[in-house]
Ligand binder design. Sequence first.
Ligand code: SN0
Length: 316
Amino acid sequence: MRNFISVDDVQDLETLVKSALALKKNPYNYKHLGKDKTLGLIFLNPSLRTRLSTQKAAINLGMNVIVMNMDKEGWALETQDGVVMNHNTVEHIREAAAVMGQYCDIIGVRSFPKLVDKEEDYSEDFFNKFIKYANVPIISLESATLHPLQSFADIITIEETKTKPRPKVVLTWAPHIKALPQAVANSFAEWMNKADVEFVITHPKGYELAQKFSGKAPIVYNQDEALKNADYIYVKNWSSYEDYGKVVSMDSNWMLTNEKLKLTNNAKVMHCLPVRRGIELADEILDGENSLVIHEAANRVWSAQAILKEILEKNF
Ligand code: SN0
């Protein structure tokens, strides 16, 4: 593995999950691997879990970490080629990424979609250019269309808690007041489609994900129907892909409650966080026994550490 941008960068998912679980048991076994290596974490958007868990994972491997919040502290970046930069952008990604590549051995980058131009966001232009000009291994800390470190932590969490060989996992859309990226949902679908689970997606009409990511997973438009016998419910809001970046429903009936949980096989509830209480998820679920959200967030360390370990071993 050189870059970690999607599940396609993973050679053997089962082995990678095992590696993460082994690191969870013995976090400091590979402290020598990262000696004198620098990880740069570059954020163009806010973060809590991704920043802290990736930093912690790197420290566990003996790496040095430098963090830059580009959105607050950096120059406004230009990504288009051939433009005369006589407006707001100060520095081109060609120079910015190349310079960061001089200071860092591995770089993690977060860059959300603008949710205006579907083609631009789904081309992953920013990430592709960053990879090209930085010329060091790149880890996605959430791109325009995917959030692989989150999905990897999700699959670790399911592996650790499942009580049958092939659990039923339901990805359900939830209401929100803002237009959010499709990245977490796309990524979760992409990883679940490769896992040994029965995977079902449920959302109101108009929230279909890009088929490239949802694949052959059945879409059930009736949430109650989809939740029947579920072992896991993965709750997430996303904006419309079809009517790109728009909020086409705010139907509060889609918020998961204890009442809806009765339809399931005492399902465990997952969410990547941050979560809007009382909009995306009921307090009673988040504070109840079926919630896995803190366990899931804790596993972000082990997903990041397994990826960093793999990149350090294969590239240096
Ligand atoms: C991001 C998203 O992709 O949905 C990050 C999730 C890990 N979430 C948000 O931007 C939430 C913003 C809000 O106002 O609730």
